[in-house]
Design a protein around this ligand. Sequence first.
Ligand code: NAD
Length: 250
Amino acid sequence: MAEARSVLVTGASRGIGAAIALDLARRGYDVGLNDIARQKDALEGVASEIAGMGRRAALHFADVSDKAAVDGMARGFLETFGKVDAIVNNAGILIAGEMDGLPEQVWDSVMDVNAKGAFMVIQAFLPAMKARGYGRIVNIASIGGKHGAPEQAHYSASKAAIMGFSRVLAQEVGPLGITVNSVCPGIILTDMGRVNLEDPAVRKAWQDKTAMARIGAPEDVAGPVAFFCSDDSAFVTGQTLNVDGGIVFS
Ligand SMILES: NC(=O)c1ccc[n+]([C@@H]2O[C@H](COP(=O)([O-])OP(=O)(O)OC[C@H]3O[C@@H](n4cnc5c(N)ncnc54)[C@H](O)[C@@H]3O)[C@@H](O)[C@H]2O)c1
């Protein structure tokens, strides 16, 4: 039997991260599940679903904006699984606020989790990927990083940063057998997504703006992520894929 592939998914306790983790487990991956400590119960719930599929799941509690914790997580993951085939940088936060008057600390925390967090997770795992000459890095950005919406300037900046460094990293590590791609979800119904959907008129407006005429589910994001994690995308790198049901056409 072929050796199982291993993947780390950050922010895996709920929403898009949980859907990605469960989908990859269903496709035969062993999964390292990351989240912050206060998500313990939810993360354990995802782990037991994966165990129920006959796959291995390991819990890795770490705030992705804490370098020491991230480095410890990478060591723990590699001890558990022996290698890393793929990482999915999904952990993210959205704190709404107009640019005028936005507290510096809010700017910093959104950039620290969304942009620097992905950078630090990648840095922690790159030596193992380089040593093996193989790796798949998938970064969850957002269509908000392309055109954005009011009260989300800092969020938009953090997601544009991910797309930018992914394109450069793809060039740096391409010769080593490592691919780096970004996925831009549209409006997806999760705890975070609800921020955009509380007002029924706003929800309808988003629906009307979407070619598929519906709001996305977390599971809608999982298939494209699995493609980038797999060898079906072996010759695809530095790309950004909108997974938005048809809102942004570029
Ligand atoms: N929902 C949407 O409409 C939408 C659209 C575009 C992009 N995204 C992106 O998709 C990703 C997942 O979002 P979601 O909608 O599932 O949100 P969510 O809030 O439901 O889930 C985010 C997960 O990340 C975890 N997390 C937060 N801060 C963390 C940290 N510092 N370290 C580790 N884990 C942390 C949370 O605990 C949670 O489990 C995010 O990067 C988000 O920006 C979401």
